[in-house]
Structure formats: structure tokens, C-alpha cells
Design a protein around this ligand. Structure first.
Ligand code: HEC
Length: 156
């Protein structure tokens, strides 16, 4: 039987979908994904532009997150002393069930993975921010998050 040509992209879509869904599920923290600090990430952090990260935080994140030491929760949870903290663990903020199930602690690798594509890392999360696809800019933001800390953790 000859398939009409118009049906081909449709079929291709059907075949591609389960693979994409499986990949997304494998990248979710709740499925056990534990990103490691790779040489690639170390290099990216070493080259990252902290000032660009601070400016991006101010422009995009600060509408929901308070970055001051003396601050508190806003639309999003308070981010001071984020490194080493379990996801969804800070008291006084109502996290989504998805974030409570994530089961990771925040470090260079988990933050880089989460901020790349928030829905892929934590499907069903309540943070209304898609992600930072640009790896260099993402590293810059992670580098800035490191400074929101009583004692900034050492670089990997
Ligand atoms: C529109 C509001 C909004 C924006 C913009 C936003 N966030 Fe969030 N963020 C949230 C909310 C709400 C949560 C809680 C998510 C949940 O419970 O699923 C959250 C959670 C987080 C967490 C997890 C905190 C914890 O204690 O587990 C981190 C880290 C984070 N955001 C970083 C960022 C960074 C960095 C940016 C900017 C690149 C950003 N967010 C932009 C609203 C926002």
C-alpha cells in the first residue's frame, strides 16, 4: 500500500514522541537523575561572567526571588544560603508537590541542570520560568547564586 506523502511527517512525529518523553523522564530529579560536576561544567564556571549573572538575576529572577541576605520569601522562595540545601526544604514557603519530590540538594550540577530546563528537571514545578538554554549565561547565573551565601561554597 502506498501511504499518502502527507501522512509521513505525522508518522515521524508518532515515532519520535515516546523517545522524547522517555528522555525527559530520565532527566527528572524525581526519576533518580543525579547530575555530576563534569569537567565541562567546571570549565564553564571558571569562564563564567559573574557580573552578567548578577545582571540576569536582577532582570529575570528578582521579580520572584529575594536575593538579599536580610530578605525573605516572595512569589518564589528565599534563595539565601541555597547551596547545600535540599530542594523544597526551606521553612515557610509552600512548595509544589513536584519540588517536594525532587529529592536533590542544590549544588553546582543540580542548579545547572534545573536552570537549563526547569520543567524537564522538575516536571510539574510551580516556578513560572522556562530556563536558560545558553550554557555560558546559565553558568554565570549559578556563579551569582553562589554569592548569595553567608560563606560562598568553593568553586568545583
Ligand atoms: C515567576 C516567578 C519566578 C521566576 C521568574 C523565577 N522563579 Fe525560581 N521559583 C519560583 C517558585 C514559585 C519556586 C517554587 C517552585 C515549586 O515549588 O515547584 C521557585 C523555586 C526556585 C528554586 C528552588 C529553591 C528551593 O529552595 O528548593 C531555585 C533554585 C530557583 N527558583 C531559582 C531561580 C532562578 C535562579 C531564577 C532566575 C533565573 C528563578 N528562580 C526565576 C518562582 C520563580
Amino acid at each position: 500500500m502506498n501511504l499518502p506523502l502527507a501522512a509521513l511527517p505525522c508518522l515521524a512525529g508518532l515515532l519520535a514522541l515516546p523517545a522524547a518523553a522517555a528522555e525527559a523522564a530520565n532527566a527528572a530529579f524525581a526519576s533518580g537523575h543525579r547530575p555530576a560536576v563534569t569537567l565541562e561544567l567546571k570549565t564553564r564556571l571558571a569562564r563564567a561572567d559573574a557580573a552578567a549573572g548578577a545582571a540576569f538575576f536582577e532582570r529575570k529572577c528578582s521579580q520572584c526571588h529575594d536575593g538579599e541576605k536580610t530578605g525573605g520569601h516572595a512569589k518564589g522562595p528565599f534563595l539565601w544560603n541555597l547551596f547545600g540545601r535540599k530542594a523544597g526544604a526551606i521553612a515557610g514557603f509552600e512548595f509544589s508537590p513536584a519540588m517536594l519530590r525532587a529529592g536533590v540538594s542544590w549544588d553546582y550540577a543540580t542548579l545547572d541542570h534545573y536552570l537549563a530546563d526547569t520543567e524537564r528537571a522538575v516536571p510539574g514545578k510551580a516556578m513560572n520560568f522556562v530556563g536558560i538554554p545558553d550554557p555560558a549565561l546559565r553558568a554565570a547565573v549559578v556563579l551569582h547564586l553562589r554569592t548569595l551565601n553567608d560563606a560562598a561554597p568553593p568553586l568545583p
